[in-house]
Design a protein around this ligand. Structure first.
Ligand SMILES: [Zn+2]
Length: 160
C-alpha cells in the first residue's frame, strides 16, 4: 500500500464504506444505512422483523424438534453467534466491534443472560420485561435489546 493510499484510507476511516455518511456520530451503526461502523462494507444491522422472527422460530422449533434436536442444533450454531432461529433467518450476534463472539460468549449471551437473567426478570414482572426487551431495538439507536447491552453485542445480517 502506498503512502497516498494509506492517507486515503485514514480519511475514509470516519466515513461509511456503504453510503459515505459521516460515521463519527454516536452509536454503533451508520445512522443512514445501518452499516456497523468500523467494519467491512455491507455489514448491516439485522432488521427488527428478522430478530422478532428468530425469537418466534426458536420458540416454535423447541417442541417441533422434541427439544433434543433443538439442543444439539443450538450447541452447534452458537459457534457462529446464532441460535437455530437466527440461522434460518440469516442473522447473527457479534461484538459491537464486529468481531465474532465465538461459542463461549454466545453461550453466555444465550444461556446466562437471555435465559437466566432476562428469564428471571420477565418472570417477576409478569412477562412485561420480556416484551420490553424484544421491542427495545425499535427505539434504541444501537438496535440493542437489554441482553445485547449487558454483553455488548449487536445483531447483524449474516453475509456468509
Ligand atoms: Zn452508511
Amino acid at each position: 500500500m502506498t503512502l497516498a493510499q494509506e492517507q486515503g484510507n485514514q480519511l475514509a476511516a470516519n466515513h461509511c464504506p456503504d453510503c459515505g455518511n459521516d460515521e463519527s456520530t454516536p452509536g454503533y451503526f451508520c445512522q443512514n444505512c445501518a452499516h456497523l461502523k468500523h467494519t467491512a462494507p455491507n455489514v448491516k444491522a439485522a432488521t427488527f422483523g428478522r430478530r422478532l422472527g428468530a425469537v418466534v422460530l426458536d420458540i416454535v422449533l423447541v417442541p417441533l424438534t422434541l427439544f433434543i434436536g433443538y439442543l444439539i442444533w443450538w450447541l452447534i450454531v452458537l459457534a457462529n453467534g446464532q441460535t437455530p432461529g437466527k440461522q434460518l433467518l440469516g442473522i447473527r450476534a457479534v461484538k459491537v466491534t464486529g468481531e465474532p463472539m465465538g461459542w463461549g460468549l454466545t453461550f453466555v449471551r444465550e444461556f446466562f443472560i437471555k435465559g437466566i437473567v432476562i428469564g428471571f426478570l420477565s418472570g417477576i414482572t409478569g412477562g412485561i420485561l420480556y416484551a420490553v426487551n424484544y421491542l427495545l431495538p425499535l427505539f434504541d439507536t444501537d438496535n440493542q435489546t437489554l441482553h445485547d447491552k449487558m454483553i455488548s453485542s449487536v445483531v447483524i445480517k449474516d453475509a456468509r
